[in-house]
Design a protein around this ligand. Sequence first.
Ligand SMILES: Cc1ncc(COP(=O)(O)O)c(C=O)c1O
Length: 451
Amino acid sequence: MAKIPFGPTYEEMLHPEKMPQDIREKALQAKESNELDPINLFNITWKDESGQVRKVVLPKELTGTEANIVVMLGKYFPSGSHKVGPAYATLIEGCVDGDILPGEHTILGPSTGNFGIGVSYICNLMGYEAVVIMPDNMSKERYDRIRQYGAKLDLTPGTESDVILTLQRTYELKKDPKNRPLAQFELMPNYRFHRYVTGNSAVEAVQGIGNGRIACFTSAPGSAGTIAAGDQIKQVFPEAKIVALEPYECSTLADGGRGQHRIEGIGDKMCTLIHNVNTTDFVALIPDDDAVRGLKVTQDGAAILQEMGVSEEQALALRDLFGVSGICNILGAIKMAHYLRLGPEDNVVTIATDGFDRYPSVLEDLERRYLETEAFVLRRWAKDIFLSKNTDHVYDFRDVQAKQQLYRQKEKDWLPFGYSQAYLDDMRTPEFWQREFGKIQDYDREILRLR
Ligand SMILES: Cc1ncc(COP(=O)(O)O)c(C=O)c1O
């Protein structure tokens, strides 16, 4: 199969129905029959075959809040996670800019896993050599998948919160002019993809639910790409509160805290360069093991959920939809619904970046740690974790003064990598982000022309 170097525009990822119909049909067929057919680039979208955002509205018997918790599902993206979106956007913008040339450049993907899987997959489809740089202690499913799609691995010591080492390694490898990093923590296509595609999909996802608006959006930043959806949500629903979630054990944004934790993909001990902290209203902390034990409950606790009043069909439908960070995002959504005192008309939107397929080893580890995970244990976990109505550890960053802490954290993290104070100061202005967002139309025009 010949490689097709150009895939969808931002507009087509948001509105797949706007693609040429034959391409859309072929792409949908290939999704089922051959995931390595390059036409699958055209399946990078939140929408299903009928144009609906893939999502689940959680049963209230599980969430313990009257508000509607709407979870957008990333596992249906090609490669099994929405991180393939920013990987594609960053590569295609590099191609449009003439900065990345097939056959000439090797792509580097600094990552803690899912972005690396996305990079490996996209490079396979678009015909690039790829090297994924990631910590050596992440869940084993991730390494398998990256190798399966053909990228090489370059491992740095540690886990999630040692991601800074992967950045340093990437800067080292970047010195070779053959290498081109898809720097998810620094490059704006990650922001553009999530603000335009994820943000507008979130706006569509709540149509017909509650009052049809978004009261709150929660997202635990890894690269802080996904949370950019909040910028678009605020454009449409100015009252929406945007909430960054962190592991309780690694509360870098909240109060400069740093530590090891178990929620893969988030809590990387930094304020990433592409995080628009101007629009972050709150930071809330979630204990890491609540996210892991919560995953055990949704994965293996259907009977317990039924005892709580969830229907059998709904309980079973939750299986396989979430990973650990997805549960963290859900727990953050529930916490904020209580904190903001939201009611039955209000919607909280959040994201499940990936599904369960890359976490069986994490639950095996949980079994080893707890030894007993019988029904009575799961019953206790379900109540303690989902129904606690706990509103502890919510930090309010709406005030200009409070924001200074986030600006300072970003400076501490990025001045050492050579970014100037003037550039970081520019990022404090809304105009910076509007300008970056405005580039989408130019990129879309060029993608269509070159394709
Ligand atoms: C499992 C998982 N959850 C959440 C995230 C965070 O998403 P973002 O990088 O868009 O902030 C990532 C990022 O890699 C991830 O892999």
